[in-house]
Design a protein around this ligand. Structure first.
Ligand SMILES: NC(=O)c1ccc[n+]([C@@H]2O[C@H](COP(=O)([O-])OP(=O)(O)OC[C@H]3O[C@@H](n4cnc5c(N)ncnc54)[C@H](OP(=O)(O)O)[C@@H]3O)[C@@H](O)[C@H]2O)c1
Length: 385
């Protein structure tokens, strides 16, 4: 299970989890954000989503369609929507490749473009330049990974970002740093083309919810639903952060409706939460007996190669502040949060549905079995220290 992977695997998984990462002076990026009526749905928008068929995209589409907007997606046609699949008959699906074929986007007009699929700085540069005269607002899906290395707490949109790969890093360190640098520079390219007043940057932390293509969080709802003894890594007062993908998706669309530019962290929960509070709140969602064993010694966890169990990440060194990202500005600008109970229940409902293949569930369950065995061993060693 991912929790026990080596340091190198941890780095890679973290990076893939979109959170390993970078930067420099976002002070120069602090865009205007006029307060507007966040509930306004008067104008029906034409929205282009670069991407749209994986995890975040389908939730954006579901909400946008429910509010009367029209949607075009731009993908290679490889990723088949596994959630809200039935809605795609009402979506214009443009085909191309951000690497080398943007033809389908030429000479077209939209009110808003949402760039979910930005994986390279050049991709964002090219689409932003291509669309700047034909689209009103560029919304770029960034990541809190831009704050990597997370050396301090209180990470805000005024925090300076790393924009260039520092000298002297090992290959592993470069790998870990690369994602955030890419996201930070992509943000700049969007702003360069559209200007601060027509660019919205959202930096989500770990997004949880139905439709996730990664299994990194499934452990919690599945184990909590089963009950019994569960190991909890970290100190009870370790800070943790996560956000429901649907809260991010819906906020995107409301910001689009109000043409709200600026840079925002997409981070929940609403108020700071400790690991113990997370565990207590999460366990209340399930009518089961739980016995939680907290292992709060970071050295012991490291000796067992246990670095994270999303949403918890060992808060040491470059990961000290990974769950210490501010969200006051986002809340002020309309980010809302559904209860954790809803997130957990929705994930489990989706997990047990046909949207998830038996193959995926079987693989997860087999990994989970190994993980539980490993945990048992750790608990025994912990109790007999
Ligand atoms: N998951 C998290 O917790 C998290 C946290 C922070 C930030 N983020 C960011 O959130 C964003 C949203 O991710 P998502 O996967 O959920 O978005 P999505 O919009 O649902 O799906 C991603 C899309 O990218 C398309 N795509 C991939 N390569 C492409 C290419 N070369 N040309 C054109 N389209 C391409 C895929 O379709 P095809 O394969 O068919 O091309 C797919 O539709 C990402 O930028 C990620 O970095 C995620």
């Amino acid at each position: 299970m991912s929790h026990f992977k080596s340091r190198r695997s941890f780095i890679k998984t973290s990076a893939m989890a979109s959170l390993a990462l970078p930067i420099l002076g976002t002070s120069i990026l602090s865009c205007k954000s006029e307060k507007k009526d966040l509930n306004s749905t008067s104008k029906k928008l034409k929205i282009l989503i670069l991407g749209g068929t994986s995890f975040l995209g389908p939730h954006q589409i579901a909400y946008a369609l429910s509010r009367g907007h029209s949607i075009s997606t731009f993908t290679r046609g490889k990723t088949i929507p596994k959630i809200h699949a039935e809605l795609f008959k009402d979506v214009e699906q443009l085909i191309g490749d951000r690497e080398n074929n943007l033809k389908a986007l030429e000479n077209r007009k939209w009110d808003v473009v949402i760039d979910n699929s930005g994986r390279k700085v050049e991709w964002t540069k090219a689409t932003a330049i291509l669309l700047k005269d034909n689209v009103g607002l560029y919304m770029y899906t960034s990541s809190t990974g831009v704050y990597y290395p997370y050396l301090t707490g209180n990470l805000s949109t005024d925090t300076k970002l790393v924009l260039e790969m520092p000298e002297g890093l090992t290959e592993d360190e470069k790998y870990e740093q690369d994602y955030g640098i890419m996201k930070a520079n992509s943000e700049l390219e969007a702003i360069k083309a559209f200007g601060e007043d027509r660019t919205t940057i959202i930096r989500p932390t770990y997004m949880l919810g139905p439709g996730d293509r990664m299994d990194r969080f499934m452990h919690w709802p599945v184990r909590l639903a089963e009950g019994g003894e569960i190991m909890v890594p970290g100190k009870k007062d370790d800070s943790i952060q996560y956000v429901d993908v649907r809260d991010i998706a819906e906020w995107f669309i409301r910001l689009a409706e109000t043409k709200t530019a600026g840079i925002y962290n997409g981070v929940g929960p609403a108020n700071p939460q400790t690991m113990q509070q997370f565990i207590n709140e999460a366990s209340k969602s399930f009518d089961k007996e739980h016995h939680f064993v907290y292992i709060d010694d970071y050295d012991f966890l490291k000796d067992n190669e246990f670095y994270f169990s999303i949403p918890w990440i060992i808060p040491l060194d470059k990961h000290y502040g990974s769950a210490r990202v501010t969200n006051a500005k986002s809340k002020k600008n309309g980010l809302t949060f559904r209860p954790l109970n809803d997130t957990l229940k929705s994930i489990l409902k989706w997990w047990d549905s046909e949207a998830v293949s038996n193959e995926r569930r079987d693989k997860f369950n087999s990994n989970l079995k190994q993980m539980v065995e490993k945990e048992k061993g750790m608990i025994t060693a912990w109790n007999s220290r």
